[in-house]
Design a protein around this ligand. Sequence first.
Ligand code: CIZ
Length: 308
Amino acid sequence: MAKALYATLEEEILSLKKERNAIILAHNYQVGEIQDVADLCADSLRLAQYAAKTDAKVILFCGVHFMAETASILCPDKMVLVPDLEAGCSLANMVSPQALQKWKEEHPGAVVVAYVNTSAAVKALSDYCCTSSNAVKVVQSIPEDKEILFIPDFFLGRYVQAQTGRKIHLWPGYCTIHARIKSEDIFKLRQEHPQAEFLMHPECGCLTGTMHLADRILSTEGIVNYVKESPAQEFIIATETGILHRLQKDNPAKIFYPAAKNAVCEHMKRNTLEKVSDSLEKLQYEVKVPKELADKARLPIERMMALV
Ligand code: CIZ
């Protein structure tokens, strides 16, 4: 394609998007510039719902690899692109299909609930997927007499266990970025800003130590919705810092304190505006889940999408 001259990269991206009949989906943890050019900025559940309904031919997924895989599974006829193939997920890497298969064999008849942060191969071996916004509902929908294996996030699993009172076997996985948020930092911030509401993501490694201090434990989309409605003017936000862009944009008069300034996901931040432009121009890099695998992984994903 002959390259036209544009005043800004944003203009170029918007024009390429039209030419390619593409949409840009951005996760809440993306850099601000990408959030600003996206058709939708949201959590993985809303992004998956949007992808499943779009008429566009190309979906450029700005997030991490497992999110693009989910879009490919839900939209096998579309071209799903990512700006950078190396944008993976520390948490998804903590459970392999082989390890899950072995765990299942040790618990015959158990129901596997997989957090959405898992590979397509792991989803294909699972009964249900969930996100942090509907994990409690998903577990509550499973008959009481069923044994549950929850993968891969230990802290989200602990939270769901506490909320549902269900006996759940937990996989010892965690997000290395949320693990940077420490209980000591939360105690300090609570003292410095006693008027601020404290909103925590359930992937936080400090969850067990500070859960009693949180005003709310919410998914990213839950945090976004809660802040809009709350009369409070200040908030301590315990999750990846990319979400602060959206929070500040939606609520310019409110003040946000990140629980840890270094809770920055290097994978999410591999995506840049330049790579978004290159991706649309060269139609790179395609993520395509093979049909046989996609057919197996679709059911747990659809169960997740039905429980919102
Ligand atoms: O489900 C998602 O998008 C993730 C990974 C976190 C959240 O709570 O939004």
